[in-house]
Design a protein around this ligand. Structure first.
Ligand code: SF4
Length: 675
């Protein structure tokens, strides 16, 4: 954080956090002499309730930190050595335009790959003028699947992304199952609602390979092996069906495919699933019994369970539970998943339909850069994203980024692991320097954030830069907005009046069904027939072994340990990963450490056939045996090996949705003799 400047008036400016976190907090930022001094939560959003995470409280360290990109620059050194010379915006954009036009003339516009993810989830910063540019220029399209693709596919197929139970209704539940989610690290505003429910007598079940803070006070903690959630959920389905707890009236009236689901669940006895998942059968039986007997019962489906070969089917099986058990129709009952689609905002401001161009799965970036032909990727344009740190198969990606014949543009706030490989660097504003619409995906909340300080250095907003590129590339239509302010007003005008008006007045809008809808009372599935599709044919065809099937663990004798990379309390995905940190630690169970002769704080190498990571060992019984954990969102600079956990992750895809299999990394760990 910037040093407080003594003297002179300070003002507190309200804005909102659009970062990739479920909560979309309302913020109160103290500004003095045009600089951010402190960032805290405001009370505008009742869920924020005046406090925020420690991550964003430190966001000033990014805004004014030594890694901030202050002006455009052009590479002068070898790819990746970080040597650049300053350029004007005009020079930099001319170069980008010239290389994009040349690429289109030489090999077609599909040889250009735009690459972005959720560095900001705001409506201005993502899928706005950038989408306009790529569609009109005819570039390759990106399947943004690094996160939430399997759960999104399941939620869409089953319920058409029906709005789900929001934080405010958790205290009404008598049973809460937190499945593959750790709100103490990400989406922290859920925690007090869970605690309140517990105080009011609710039972808590946590399903996670680690003893998370909430797992410590859970009535049952199932520390399942990564990738086995589908088996556990199917065993609960089987229990419900065979013990007369399936709600046949609800199934008949509101669902299709229940018989097929029941058939696929049939092999999964409690004992069989417990054996596969590595948990006590009695504990799993208790969870099934608690779920059958409790009402309201709420399943919070997180993103931890999707990051493996069975992730899509796991999400299907977990999200199908309330339909089979008849847990809807009561406040505090049903399921919680992403509420990002709840506002039903169709981005009409993107005036161009998607072209029928090549789709590149973002998890295959390394392959795309090194292997794709017809056409090869000749221009890569990265923004809102740091794939060199976050995307599977890091070594292959770095080899791709090192290609001398690849022209890479990185439009970023700070010098990321990816930015050092750029040919042209374009400095981007942070959310504290511009407008954006912050849309929550935990609670149902939408807010308009505004600049609290001027742009730092020569940084420009996404709207400004993509608008300018549209103009320079000749794909801008007359009277279209190009700058951030115009675009913000355009979006406001295009939002439905009941959303746009309160935002214009500085208030929070409420969706037509209320901000805390009861499923199957206030909201219903957005599927074609308004029913829950428990066995959708398209997904049965997509999954390699069919729906509700289990693919065995990829561990081998050489690489027996499952490496997971859960969210931490340090970064939002990889945002803020540039901030200095003490040694990165690998979490390992005492029995695994003893078997390898390892001691606490030993320097270790974590390795498999894809790569190697060097870090410090943290022996802790809070992780299940056979599983080790590195934090998500690490940057290469934070590790002695200059590699992160993604160097050990295969670029295989999940069974549904084409997602990343982060938790399918299987590794060995040994001491590092030359530490
Ligand atoms: S990252 Fe999440 S918890 Fe932190 S300020 Fe933003 S919305 Fe709130």
């Amino acid at each position: 954080m910037a040093e407080p400047i003594l003297g002179g008036p300070a003002t507190v400016v309200e804005t909102a956090c659009p970062l990739d976190c479920p909560d979309a907090c309302s913020l109160a930022v103290t500004v003095q002499h045009g600089k951010v001094i402190t960032i805290d939560g405001s009370h505008k959003n009742p869920v924020t309730d005046g406090y925020i995470c420690a991550k964003v409280r430190k966001f000033g360290e990014r805004v004014y930190g030594p890694d901030r990109l202050l002006h455009p620059a052009v590479r002068t050194g070898r790819k990746g050595d970080g040597r650049f010379k300053r350029a004007s915006w005009d020079e930099a954009l001319n170069l980008v335009v010239e290389r994009m036009q040349r690429a289109k003339a030489d090999a077609g516009a599909e040889s250009i790959l735009p690459y972005s993810y959720g560095g900001s989830n705001g409506l201005l910063t993502q899928d706005n003028l950038d989408a306009q540019l790529w569609r009109r220029f005819g570039t390759s399209r990106l399947a943004r699947t690094v996160c939430a693709a399997p759960t999104g596919a399941a939620n869409m197929a089953l319920y058409g992304k029906m709005p789900s139970v929001t934080y405010q209704d958790y205290p009404d539940a008598r049973l809460i199952i937190l499945w593959g989610v750790n709100p103490s690290a990400s989406g922290i505003h859920l925690v007090p609602y869970v605690r309140q429910a517990q105080k009011q007598g609710a039972k808590l079940v946590v399903i996670d390979p680690r003893t998370t803070p909430l797992a410590k006070s859970a009535d049952v903690h199932l520390a399942v092996k990564s990738g086995t959630d589908v088996a556990v959920a199917l065993a609960i389905h089987r229990y419900l069906f065979t013990n007369g707890h399936a709600d046949t009236a609800f199934l008949d009236k509101h669902t299709t495919g229940a018989d097929a689901l029941r058939e696929r669940a049939e092999p999964w006895t409690i004992e069989q699933a417990a054996d596969v998942a590595g948990v006590e059968a009695s504990a799993l039986a208790r969870v099934a019994e608690l779920y059958a007997q409790s009402s309201p019962a709420l399943v919070r489906c997180g993103w931890g369970l999707e990051r493996n070969r069975n992730g899509g089917n796991a999400a299907m099986a977990v999200l199908a539970l309330p339909a089979v058990a008849g847990k809807f129709g009561v406040r505090g009952g049903g399921y919680s998943m992403s509420n990002s689609a709840s506002w039903n905002i169709d981005r009409t401001w993107i005036g161009t339909p998607e072209p029928d161009t090549r789709i590149v799965n973002m998890n295959h970036l390394g392959r795309a850069l090194l292997e794709y032909e017809d056409p090869p990727v000749n221009v890569l344009f990265v923004y809102n994203c740091n794939p060199a740190a976050t995307v599977p198969d890091q070594r292959r990606i770095i080899r791709g980024l090192e290609r001398e014949d690849l022209f890479t543009v990185v439009f970023e706030q700070v010098m990321t692991d990816t930015a050092v490989y750029a040919d042209v660097l374009l400095p981007a504003t942070t959310f504290l320097e511009g407008y954006d619409f912050a849309k929550a995906y935990g609670p149902i909340n939408l807010d308009l954030g505004k600049a609290v300080v001027d742009a730092v250095g020569e940084a420009r907003s996404n709207a400004d830069v993509f608008g300018e590129l549209c103009a320079r590339l000749g794909v801008l239509s007359p009277n279209e907005p190009t700058g951030e302010l115009d675009l913000m007003l355009e979006v406001l005008n295009r939002l439905p009046e009941e959303i746009g008006e309160p935002l214009r007045a500085g208030d929070l809008p409420t969706p037509p069904f209320g901000s805390a809808p009861v499923q199957f009372v206030d909201v219903f599935p957005n599927t074609s027939d308004r029913k829950v599709h428990l066995f959708p044919a398209a997904l049965e065809a997509e999954a390699p072994m069919g729906l509700y099937r289990f693919q065995p663990d990829p561990a081998s004798e050489r690489y027996p340990l499952a490496l997971i990379s859960p969210a931490s309390d340090r970064t939002i995905s990889s945002t803020l990963g540039e901030l200095p940190r003490r040694d990165v630690k690998l979490m390992m169970h005492p029995t695994d450490a003893a078997a390898r002769g390892l001691a606490d704080d030993d320097a270790v190498r974590v390795f498999n056939e894809l790569g190697e990571v060097h870090c410090i060992l943290d022996i802790d019984a809070a992780i299940r045996p056979g599983t080790v954990s590195l934090p998500k969102g690490l940057w290469r600079r934070s590790l002695r090996s200059h590699t992160t956990g993604t160097a050990l992750v295969p670029d295989t895809l999940t069974d549904l949705g084409g997602g990343a299999c982060f938790n399918d990394a299987r590794v060995q760990v040994a001491s590092l003799p030359t530490a």
